[in-house]
Design a protein around this ligand. Structure first.
Ligand SMILES: Nc1ncnc2c1ncn2[C@@H]1O[C@H](COP(=O)(O)OP(=O)(O)O)[C@@H](O)[C@H]1O
Ligand SMILES: [Mg+2]
Length: 221
């Protein structure tokens, strides 16, 4: 596919949303990048859950604490995330990549491994299979893991205001999620760790440096 699929991962409050927007602005605003970016038609920002209409409805069910009075069971949650992803890949991500877009995506398959696998203790092999079914084998071209202390992330998320169902889970849960990301990064060379404890500007600078290298590498493929 002509396009490139770039994913942002990490615990709550790590700065994914902030950094994706800064990156889009940089990609579109930098004169020096014009030529190297000319093979791509545009930059698309999307997220999981919630990148499609179906996804938005699922996101509400999954993350708003006031929609359902009953607890979503861990396995149901896993399947809802998978449904969101299947729709997202087929209806949005693949068509964008086929048209030649750079897709910046807030969370993807590694979130399910980290949250539902390491966080909730669901079977990792089952999750891998479900991820495969949901994506049809589509993988990111590059994944940034915004790594920061769990407490710092949660306090940033709290200050942001809308503190959702996942963010309210206990600190031990978030520590297990963090450990999940550590394991994933150890075993996958396409995951690039970014020190996200730093200022917005310093975090963005690390991301831009990696993107510059990648754009050169991708120039002819
Ligand atoms: N490097 C940073 N230092 C301090 N605060 C930050 C930084 N990056 C983001 N924030 C703030 O922390 C909160 C969480 O950031 P956000 O981008 O929403 O994280 P995420 O999407 O990973 O949950 C927001 O209020 C944001 O403005
Ligand atoms: Mg966010």
């Amino acid at each position: 596919m002509i396009g490139k699929f770039i994913v942002f991962e990490g615990v709550e409050g790590g700065g994914k949303t902030t950094q994706i927007e800064l990156l889009r602005d940089w990609l579109l605003g930098k004169e020096e990048l014009r030529q190297i970016l000319s093979k791509y038609i545009n930059v698309v920002i999307t997220r999981e859950p919630g990148g499609t209409q179906l996804g938005k409805a699922l996101r509400k069910l999954l993350l708003s604490s006031d929609v359902l009075a009953e607890k979503i069971q861990n396995t149901s949650e896993l399947l809802l995330y998978a449904a969101d992803r299947a729709q997202h890949v087929e209806a949005l991500i693949k068509p964008c990549l086929e048209r030649g877009a750079i897709v910046l995506c807030d969370r993807f398959i590694d979130s399910t491994i980290a949250y539902q696998g390491y966080g909730h203790g669901l079977d990792l092999e089952l999750i891998q299979q479900l991820n495969y079914i949901a994506t049809g084998g589509l993988k990111s071209d590059l994944t940034f893991w915004l790594d920061l202390d769990v407490e710092i992330g949660l306090s940033r998320a709290k200050n942001r205001g809308n503190f959702d169902r996942m963010e309210r889970a206990n600190i031990e849960f978030h520590r297990r999620v963090q450990q999940g990301y550590q394991e994933l990064a150890k075993n996958n060379s396409l995951i690039v760790r970014i020190d996200a404890n730093l200022t917005r500007e310093k975090v963005q600078q690390q991301i831009q440096e990696i993107i510059m290298q990648k754009l050169v590498e991708w120039r002819y493929n």
